[in-house]
Ligand binder design. Structure first.
Ligand code: GLN
Length: 309
């Protein structure tokens, strides 16, 4: 087993960036949210955060982007910390094998979504967190600001409004689950919280730092515990099996780390006990995962030998 010193992270990131720059075919920016369609698919940034908060980065690693579904990891962690295992009565933890915004399984499974990372499952988690806090998106933003140390993180109201105006699919998911009694809040309230959550703008450095509690087995930046060690393991496991939707098998095969993607082109990944990563490039494949992002994480684990396997 190769051991990689922290001092080697920077040259490895530089090498990955040079290789990615020569890779043709970067996918397409998400256009079903019009405000995201204009993002340049050639942008690329990557950051590695060590457990002590040291961050290495390359390319556009300080450039804020739309975190989108990456935020689902944090809302899940915050809700699980408050609610505990009862959450799993309302959302499953099995890979879906279907696209992130799919409706089909809900009818067969009585309105209980397969996992917390497909849109249906994330809507349930946000709904439950909203019931507990009265301000799910605000609590999430406060957590991200604290963990990243960046108090300027914020919602992108233009992206949230753009998604609201084109949100029929998520509205359908929420209404359908409400018909089974699996949504507590009025659907418009839930959708407003969900779209604002997804619209949070943060950089690779911010998100790698904010995810560090998952590499620190549940411990926050200030040393206090958010999750039990077991809960941190559980979230990492669900990221590995469900974090990149119907590409989770391929992601595990290529990258070998718990990861969570978003249609803004970001992906976070966790090396438990060692570091967290965030990569961003807006060009997506047909499953909604960043083409250059997956390629870069694939190269990182190959070059460093760091993976959960
Ligand atoms: N806000 C997006 C949606 O609900 C998030 C999807 C994603 O990032 N995969 O469609």
């Amino acid at each position: 087993m190769m051991t990689v010193m922290s001092s080697q992270f920077q040259p490895i990131l530089d090498r990955i960036m040079a290789e990615i720059d020569r890779t043709p075919g970067r996918g397409r920016s998400a256009d079903y949210i019009p405000a995201l369609a204009a993002r340049d698919p050639r942008s690329f940034g990557m950051a590695v955060a060590e457990l002590d908060g040291t961050v290495y980065g390359v390319g556009d690693w300080r450039q804020p982007f739309s975190a989108q579904s990456i935020t689902k990891v944090f809302t899940l962690a915050l809700d699980l910390a408050r609610e505990g295992d009862e959450l799993w009565e309302y959302v499953g933890r099995e890979p879906s094998g279907n696209p992130f915004n799919s409706l089909v399984q809900l009818e067969y499974e009585n309105g209980i979504p397969r996992n917390p990372f497909i849109n249906a499952g994330a809507l349930v988690v946000t709904d439950r967190f909203q019931t507990r806090t009265g301000d799910a998106a605000g609590e999430l933003l406060a957590f991200l600001r604290t963990e990243s140390g960046n108090s300027s993180l914020d919602f992108d109201e233009e992206v949230a409004a753009s998604e609201t105006a084109h949100g029929d699919r998520n509205a359908a998911l929420a209404h359908f689950m409400a018909s089974y009694g699996n949504i507590d809040n009025p659907v418009p309230v839930l959708l407003d919280q969900y779209f604002r959550q997804c619209s949070i703008e943060a950089s690779c450095a911010d998100l790698a730092l904010a995810a560090s509690f998952l590499a620190r087995h549940g411990i926050r930046a200030d040393g206090t515990r958010l999750l039990t060690r077991s809960q941190a393991k559980q979230i990492n496991a669900v990221m590995l099996t469900c974090g990149t939707y119907d590409a989770a098998g391929d992601f595990a095969y290529r990258v070998g780390l718990p990861g969570k993607s978003g249609v803004g082109g970001g992906i976070i990944a966790v090396v438990p006990g060692r570091c967290t990563l965030c990569v961003w490039s807006p060009g997506l494949d047909e499953r909604g995962n960043s083409v250059a992002g997956v390629a870069a994480l694939d190269r990182f684990t190959t070059l460093t030998g760091l993976s959960v396997f």
